[in-house]
Ligand binder design. Structure first.
Ligand code: ATP
Ligand code: MG
Length: 199
């Protein structure tokens, strides 16, 4: 009985504190989210937001940097569910596959062109820049130009950036930064990447 009472008091306290925080958050604005860290869940979280936005019939623009050789479920879905031009992939593999820095830079620039088009088009409520962080850490794209384009996006447009790393520039600009930390990954125990789960 005492346990039940204690639980009730604690929940009441928590509710008061949560209600106060909700009341204090009265700024209505779009946000920049950075999903980083070495654990699994960054790209899939970004696509979770794609689903949310699409549920409200919001227009979503998606650009995938790096990815392209491995077909993925999200690519299959986007190619059939999104209007032409709203989903763009860099179309080269990982750098350790291509091993051609100049070709990678060209591909990165081509891909960035699509991203910056979306970042200046008010039709998009949400723009996903998947694995963008690597383009900055490899020095394939100019960080200042990238930050500026994100900053100058239409007022109502939110942006999700994923990828490991992501320097202080991105972190400072982002309103929300989450680090997905690996505790365990099946791959380390020899489990093969799985359709519908990993790609
Ligand atoms: P996901 O796309 O599943 O959300 P992610 O975006 O967080 O993963 P990435 O670094 O982009 O992770 O890696 C993409 C692929 O590599 C996915 O197939 C994912 O399962 C796998 N992966 C992610 N983290 C690890 C890890 N720590 N070890 C091995 N493979 C991983
Ligand atoms: Mg990813």
């Amino acid at each position: 009985m005492r346990k039940d009472e204690k639980h009730k008091t604690s929940m009441e306290k928590q509710k008061t504190s949560v209600d106060a925080s909700i009341a204090a958050a009265d700024t209505e604005k779009s946000v920049v989210l950075l999903l980083t860290g070495n654990g699994k869940g960054k790209t899939s979280s970004a696509f979770g937001m794609v689903m949310r936005a699409m549920g409200y019939e919001q227009r979503v623009g998606i650009v995938q940097f790096i990815k392209g050789q491995q077909l993925s479920g999200e690519e299959l879905f986007c190619r059939s569910a999104l209007p032409q031009g709203d989903f763009y992939q860099m179309g080269t593999g990982f750098t350790w596959d291509t091993q051609d820095r100049q070709a990678d830079i060209k591909a990165a620039e081509r891909t960035w062109h699509e991203a910056s088009r979306m970042l200046s088009d008010p039709i998009y409520e949400l723009v996903i820049l998947d694995e963008l962080t690597y383009m900055l850490s490899f020095g394939y794209l100019d960080e200042a130009a990238v930050l500026e384009a994100v900053k100058c996006r239409p007022d109502h447009q939110s942006v999700v950036i994923t990828g490991r790393g992501g320097g202080t520039g991105l972190q400072d600009l982002a309103d929300t930064v989450s680090e997905v930390k690996e505790i365990k990954h099946a791959f380390r125990a020899g489990v093969k990447a799985r359709r519908g789960v990993d790609y």
